[in-house]
Design a protein around this ligand. Structure first.
Ligand code: GTP
Ligand code: MG
Ligand code: ZN
Length: 317
């Protein structure tokens, strides 16, 4: 006899998903979605993400396969615009915290990636923290430190850690315990290494940095949810994701962006030309004044203009 079960999506491609049953010892099933599309996710690159909760029916033959019948309402959803697939993509669902991972070197520090990932955290309504991994390799570059300090100034927590030496990892453990976290970052910053560092004996595949190009080699190819045993008493889960080369935010228009960058948001609508100000040439522009006064970092202003221009392109909606 078949029966309805509730389950947690652990990983999935575009049509086969590993679902962990919530009852009876948590067996895993390889599931397809019943029918063609799941309601509410039409037009997305993928219909489900790790962290999603579903109702499913194990196959009567007991061969470890099953059919997904429906999706439980989501608490939140982390997405991005997938430029290659020209469609929005689900990265993780029902998460408590987004970990935006960067490195001081190897691959080089990429504050613009952080700006973009932080915008997506704000859009999703999920708190974000910056994790500067490979701090053992830090050369105390004043430019890196200045930007990290500026992220702290505008209200983001910044952790300097090393998955390799363990430096800063107690703070990292405290941050993730009893929560569901999602890692976001470019290839090679050490996302999978951070998960490995939390679980003794765990050996998720990690990839060396390509020396010639000083970047990662896209070792993780599919997002997955990993339970972290022995950390916290109410369950700790981390969603590891594949490295993203360029993060294009999704879910807002270019005109709305101002509300999703923390130090910009209070200034929305205050320019002489109000909401129609493009914040580039107009007299009485409060954004440009804030840049000149050091309230908005020049690099963040540059990111703002670039992201807004991209969002205003019709192909990225
Ligand atoms: N020195 C140093 N190397 C590290 C650290 N963390 C990770 N690495 C190395 O960096 C390389 C990339 O690590 P991964 O964990 O595969 O990076 P990733 O972010 O998961 O990369 P993708 O799966 O390609 O997105 C590996 O050679 C790791 O051993 C660290 O804290 N310090
Ligand atoms: Mg990886
Ligand atoms: Zn303006």
């Amino acid at each position: 006899m078949t029966s309805k079960n509730s389950g947690l999506v652990i990983r999935g491609s575009r049509n086969i998903f590993t679902v962990k049953r919530e009852e009876e010892g948590g067996a895993e099933f390889e599931c397809r979605i019943k029918g063609k599309v799941l309601k509410g996710v039409e037009g997305f690159y993928n219909p489900l993400a790790p962290g999603d909760r579903v109702v499913f029916e194990p196959d009567a033959a007991g061969d470890g396969t099953g059919l997904i019948l429906g999706l439980e309402p989501r608490r939140n959803l982390l997405t991005r615009f997938n430029q290659k697939g020209q469609a929005p993509q689900l990265l993780a669902a029902n998460v408590d915290i987004v970990l935006c991972v960067t490195t001081p070197v190897s691959p080089p520090f990429r504050p613009r990636f952080l700006d973009r990932a932080l915008v997506q955290g704000e859009i999703a309504g999920i708190p974000a923290v910056i994790i500067c991994n490979k701090y053992d390799l830090s050369e105390d570059d004043p430019d890196v430190e200045e930007r990290l300090e500026d992220f702290s100034r505008i209200g983001y927590q910044v952790l300097r850690v090393s998955a390799k030496t363990g430096e800063g990892m107690d703070a990292f453990r405290n941050l993730v315990q009893n929560r569901v976290s999602a890692l976001l970052g470019q290839s090679g910053v050490g996302k999978s290494s951070l998960v490995n560092a939390l679980v003794p004996g765990r050996n998720i595949r990690v990839g060396a940095i390509n020396e010639k190009y000083d970047r990662g080699t896209h070792t993780t190819t599919m997002s997955f949810l990993e339970a972290i045993p022995g950390l916290g008493d109410s369950g700790t889960y981390i969603i590891d994701t594949p490295g993203i080369r360029r993060f294009v935010p999704h879910g807002i228009t270019g005109d709305e962006l101002i509300h999703y960058m923390r130090e910009f948001a209070p200034l929305a609508g205050t320019c002489t030309y109000g909401h129609s100000c493009s914040h580039v040439t107009e007299p009485g522009c409060k954004i440009m004044e804030a840049v000149n006064a050091g309230v908005i970092h020049e690099d963040r202003y540059e990111s703002f203009l670039r992201i807004r221009a991209e969002l205003l392109e019709p192909s990225n909606e």
